[in-house]
Design a protein around this ligand. Structure first.
Ligand code: AMP
Ligand code: ZN
Length: 114
């Protein structure tokens, strides 16, 4: 998709602090981190929401989740605990409509979230 920020990160047109890459995913640091670890994991292919990705290609969704866990391992937060969040739709705070898993950790995380 030509006008999608995260497609531009995948293509390299927009720079990002990439921490992991797999065949079908890219993981990079959030530009406005909300926790000591705040990494976004995205599929290389454009899908708007996690629901669309689940319907279109469940294997890629599984790869996104495996990579999210591997980010937590790499960041040293797999044991202490971390959260994986897919904001879906405007009322949940989704602002970029290229599906992304937020991987958050490195501090105590409130539950329920705001
Ligand atoms: P959401 O609000 O769930 O759609 O999440 C979008 C996330 O993308 C936010 O946490 C932003 O801080 C992050 N973000 C926006 N632009 C960039 C960028 N150029 N590089 C890295 N993260 C970004
Ligand atoms: Zn996109």
């Amino acid at each position: 998709m030509t006008d999608c920020l995260f497609c531009k990160i995948v293509s390299g047109e927009v720079p990002a602090k990439v921490v992991r890459e797999s065949a079908r995913t890219v993981a990079f640091r959030d530009i406005n981190p909300q926790a000591p670890t705040h990494v976004l994991v995205i599929p290389r292919e454009h899908h708007s929401t996690v629901a669309e990705l689940a319907a279109a290609d469940a294997d890629v969704l599984a790869e996104v989740l495996r990579e999210a866990h591997q980010v937590a391992v790499d960041e040293g937060i797999a044991e202490s605990g971390y959260r994986v969040v897919f904001n879906t739709g405007p009322q949940a705070g989704q602002t970029v409509f290229h599906v992304h898993a937020h991987v958050l950790g490195g501090r105590g995380l409130n539950w329920p979230p705001g």
